[in-house]
Ligand binder design. Structure first.
Ligand code: ZN
Ligand code: ZN
Length: 302
């Protein structure tokens, strides 16, 4: 387990002078180390662990990231805990960080500032510990490394001569997964005025997080089409081109059945596509998974 930190620290600089293609350490960073890490992450279906020694050529700062697929399924966007090695291999950070590629493509020269502001905003949504570092330094002038420095939300640092043992490492990883969950939870807004219990709030947040996940909702819409399944409203008929391909995905699994941290999502059976009105109304039912009931209410008034 500790190998996944020690081996890059000891060998990366030597290997970086060798050819990139077919390099065994590069391969370990892509496959073996992420696999070791994913054994610690209990919910395998939800988390995806990925690592990279660079694309097409060695990067200054190789990394291994744990993605919550409900937040993002690519390291290019969203936020996630990531092991980031310093360019001189003098140490490695475990950093709750942000995908920089998407921000860079969109904000160009402003990307650094945007990442810094977002990091500050995210820090306000989690419990900070005295051990958490707000600043990281990767000792690289490479532009992505500079963006990762800006994107750091909180981090732990492990110097090369004092790497954590397995127990310490697992404790820290679990701590970061907890922060990840907390950030994710507080980053999903729900109506706070409904007198829900803490568990129900958690379940509602999960419901919205699932249906607002763009990867999931895209698949649902592609499968179900764009006509409201409750009232047959068609946005294109009402709004012309403006309404083309617009509909909302509603997660039909009863909210009370949503266990936090575990969810097998079936695109074909677990969702309905609804117009915005019907989506709001179904959430006012005692059981927001009861599409038949909503249809029945509409029928009675026709
Ligand atoms: Zn409708
Ligand atoms: Zn919904």
């Amino acid at each position: 387990m500790e190998r996944l930190l020690r081996e890059p620290i000891e060998n990366y600089l030597t290997q970086k002078r060798q050819a990139f293609a077919g390099n065994p350490l590069a391969d370990q960073l892509r496959h073996e180390f992420p696999e070791i890490l994913s054994r610690i992450v209990s919910d395998q279906t939800r988390y995806k662990v990925v690592g990279s020694p660079g694309k097409g050529n060695w990067t200054d700062c190789p990394w291994i990231a744990i993605l919550d697929t409900l937040v993002t399924d690519t390291a290019q966007s969203g936020y996630y805990p990531v092991f980031l090695f310093k360019a001189d291999m003098s140490g490695v950070y475990l950093s709750l960080n942000q995908g920089v590629t998407e921000v860079k493509d969109y904000y160009k020269r402003e990307a650094r500032n945007v990442l810094k502001l977002r990091a500050e905003d995210y820090r306000a949504k989690i419990d900070i510990d005295t051990n958490d570092l707000f600043e990281i330094s990767l000792n690289s002038t490479n532009s992505n490394a500079r963006l990762y420095e800006a994107g750091n939300i909180v981090a732990r640092y492990y110097p090369a001569d004092n790497l954590p043992n397995e127990t310490e490492l697992i404790t820290d990883i679990l701590h970061f997964l907890h922060l990840y969950e907390e950030l994710n939870f507080n980053d999903t807004h729900i109506d706070e005025n409904e007198g829900l219990t803490a568990i129900e709030k958690k379940q509602y947040r999960l419901h919205f997080r699932i249906e607002r996940n763009s990867r999931i909702s895209k698949k649902v819409k592609k499968y179900k089409g764009y006509i409201c399944e409750a009232c047959e409203f068609d946005f294109t008929i009402k709004y012309g081109d403006l309404g083309r391909n617009f509909i909302e995905a509603h997660h039909l699994t009863p909210i009370s059945d949503l266990g936090v941290g575990q969810h097998q999502i079936n695109i074909q059976t677990d969702f309905a596509v609804l117009c915005s009105n019907c989506h709001s109304m179904i959430h006012r039912l005692d059981d927001p998974s009861n599409l038949t009931h909503l249809r029945h209410i509409i029928k009675l008034r026709e």
